[in-house]
Write a protein that binds this ligand. Structure first.
Ligand code: SAH
Length: 455
């Protein structure tokens, strides 16, 4: 049975893909339908076909699912940001829980791991503490600013993204007011001309401090003092105004040169009782409140009592290891990006933490080197990027024979694959908790405790 392009079919949505589309079945073909909700009965137009699956779009909602809610953002269907604004947050959390459970059972083959309910956010909106907003020209000549449409470089104008804090909207409004009065033109990707490229915003969630960074194709902009005055007047919590110089014809947002125009060159946040300085370039968790809950779970799973050696692999700016340093004897963090390692060292110093060291290296190579030096961590924390861990790393970690391994994952499928490899090396998953770090998007984070079962 094959489907053809443009064919119209009726189907019921029975689940969600990893990207947040609805899945329905037509005979033996899985049809993926964006913006659909589980329980929807739909008339769907087929857009693209393959042997066992097809992509379609909703022609008509014949009968809408109970999970549906009114969409509260006019840009939802075009913007590449959210995928779940049309279903309730409770339904979204169920979908994410199911996705983690399916991966652990089907890919990992684990059926008796304790799986806790997903930790949902108290506020599924306003959590993004960083925004990179491209600046363009609207057909009426005004400034257009917001987000790229899904898979494109067309700017969708959006001052009131619900995922961002209100102070960002205030900064966007103030910037646009200034831009409409200034003589600066917007940057054109094709010609490489025009000065205003991006408005780059960061917020320290606990302290409310705001950084506004204007990315400029040049050394600065005319009327900088006027811009600063307007921002000071309109943006609550403003702590830092920075010009970033980016003269390259590139998609990379930030250039290498920064000039602080007003205030501090960084903002400061608090996380797990520690202070973290955030410069424009520093990596920092996008959802501070949920990061704190994720780290606290990781800390619980690590079960430190004050004397242990903790190895924090893929440590970024050191936040996980540092949040546990007080309960550990010694912390070793490993991270590939040099700037992040520098930040991790600074973060340790600023917080008076003296029992943490950081290495700039590939996690697998560093683990091997540490093993050969006789380092025997009691607990290993892993927080790899989406592709998960190398098999070689898993083997090395197992050879170090820590009593516990805490795996923080942003991809359930690679997590499940890696859990299986760990199990083959004598580490069994004991307990697992999904955490919703990115409400309204398809992403889901999971933290897992593994224990050594054989010597
Ligand atoms: N644990 C941190 C960061 C996790 S993101 C936090 O919670 O904030 C994953 C990190 O792994 C990134 O900082 C990335 O630079 C780093 N990374 C990617 N590949 C790596 C590798 N092969 N070896 C070491 N670190 C790596």
């Amino acid at each position: 049975m094959e489907l053809k392009k443009n064919e119209i079919v009726d189907l019921e949505i029975t689940g969600y893909t990893a990207e947040g589309s609805g899945i329905g079945r037509y005979k033996d073909i899985a049809v993926f339908v964006p913006l659909a909700a589980m329980g929807d009965k739909l008339r769907v137009r087929i857009l693209k076909t393959a042997k066992t699956y097809a992509f379609g779009k909703i022609e008509k909602i014949v009968s809408g699912s109970k999970e549906r809610i009114p969409v509260d953002c006019p840009q939802f269907a075009q913007c590449g940001g959210c995928v779940y604004r049309h279903i309730s947050y409770a339904a979204e959390l169920r979908a994410k829980q199911q996705r983690v459970q399916d991966a652990v059972e089907r890919i990992g083959g684990f059926h008796d791991v304790v799986m806790n309910p997903i930790v949902g956010a108290k506020d599924p909106d306003h959590y993004r503490n960083k925004a990179q907003l491209p600046i363009g020209r609207a057909p009426d000549g005004g400034i257009r600013m917001g987000f790229f449409a899904s898979h494109s470089h067309r700017i969708i104008h959006c001052n009131e993204c619900l995922l961002q804090p209100e102070a960002f909207t205030a900064a966007m409004d103030a910037f646009q007011e200034w831009a409409s009065q200034s003589d600066e033109d917007v940057y054109d990707e094709q010609t490489g001309k025009g000065r205003l490229r991006h408005l780059y915003l960061r917020q320290a969630g606990a302290t409310g401090e705001i950084m506004v960074c204007v990315v400029v194709n040049g050394n600065g902009v005319h009327y900088e003092p006027e811009l600063v005055e307007l921002l000071k007047e309109k943006v609550p919590g403003l702590k830092s105004v920075i010009i970033n110089v980016n003269r390259e014809k590139t998609n990379v947002v930030l250039g290498n040169k920064f000039r602080t125009v007003w205030g501090s060159d960084h903002i400061t946040d608090e996380l797990c009782g520690l202070k973290f300085n955030i410069s424009p370039m520093s990596f920092y968790q996008i959802n501070r409140n949920q990061a704190e809950r994720l780290y606290s779970l990781a800390g619980q799973y690590a079960g430190l009592t004050g004397s242990e050696t903790l190895l924090d692999l893929y440590c970024g700016t050191g936040t996980i290891g540092l949040s546990m340093a007080k309960q550990a004897g010694h912390v070793i963090g490993v991270e590939l990006v040099e700037q992040a390692v520098e930040d991790a060292k600074k973060n340790a110093e600023e917080n008076g933490i003296e029992n943490a060291e950081f290495l700039c290296a590939d996690a697998a190579k560093a683990a091997d080197m540490l093993k050969n030096r006789g380092v025997r961590p009691d607990v290993v924390v892993l927080d790899p990027p989406r592709k998960g861990c190398d098999a070689a790393l898993i083997e090395t970690v197992a050879k170090m024979s820590p009593s516990r391994v805490v795996y923080v994952s942003c991809d359930p499928a690679t997590l499940a694959r890696d859990l299986k490899l760990f199990a083959q090396k004598g580490y069994e998953p004991k307990e697992l908790t999904p955490v919703d770090m990115f409400p309204r998007t398809a992403h889901v984070e999971t933290v897992v405790l593994m224990s050594r079962v054989k010597d």
